[in-house]
Design a protein around this ligand. Sequence first.
Ligand SMILES: [Zn+2]
Ligand SMILES: [Zn+2]
Ligand SMILES: [Zn+2]
Length: 336
Amino acid sequence: MVDKKMLETSKEKRDEIYRDSRFQLFLNKFLSGELDKLNPVYDPKHGYRYPQVELIMGDPTSTDEFLNRLYEIGFLTRELYDKIIHCPMCNSANVSTIYRCPYCRTFDIKKSSLIEHVSCGYIDSEERFYKKDRLVCPKCGTELTKPDVNYRKAGIWCSCNDCGKSFDIPVPSHYCRECKADFTFEDAKYRNTYSYSLNEAVMKEAGTHYKLVAPVRKFLQKRGFHVESPGFLKGKSGASHIFDIIVSTDETAEELLVIDIVSSPTEDHVSEQSIISMFAKVFDVTPEKACLIAIPKMSENGRKLADLYKIKLIEAEDQNVAVNVLEASLNQASTE
Ligand SMILES: [Zn+2]
Ligand SMILES: [Zn+2]
Ligand SMILES: [Zn+2]
């Protein structure tokens, strides 16, 4: 059912989300295993929050909207985690529940248990039965020793310390510790809080690609490069472009190498379309070097285009072989 919902979201729309840098960072937390399920963390003032997502968003107020949007398009599944009361005046979650006298509305009430002495039928509040630490029936003087045999709890009784009236059911209401507002159930904001998981279909769709990129990323990090994966670069046009890996010698370096990795699990070669779309990004971003890793092979036309566009093409039967080829070419470049 969830997958159907995701499939109803058009490929175009899905690609738009995949290109969103915030979603990519969020997605990588799931794919790398850092996150299995996103659970909210309780904060007494603000209610439930998602600190891992707030870090990505840089702004806690847009976190709920972000998660909700991903749920709406089927990228995330969710489970009800808790219900929480927020103040209708200031929105704080620092809210207490209090019980009031139904006659004069004060919260200064006393709650006691009622006890019934079974054999004589006398009922009164618990403290009337206490004689030091023994329970003695005030009516007939019998000591009560066996709960549920010679005496039993007969309910709850409240008395008001203000108006002196007694009642069995108080009126619940809420008090905001932040803005000091009193409010009732009718006015309370009663919100759902969810825990989120990545939809299996997205896990599969993105996971295949993640596994392709991971060994290359690890290799470059080991070599001491500064690596962003996925990485985003703004082009001359103002548009932001995503690359599987962006490599630089350090965080401030101008010299950038961008790498994209494509595979063709069904055909014996990757179509030239991947070279064309990489060229469109490279043309806008103008990095020092661009490299496309094609697994297992690039089409004949693609090879010609790569040459024409000055995109370094690495053809390798799998990602581990690609790492070896990349290593060889890096060693060669450093000795040149
Ligand atoms: Zn408030
Ligand atoms: Zn009262
Ligand atoms: Zn009695």
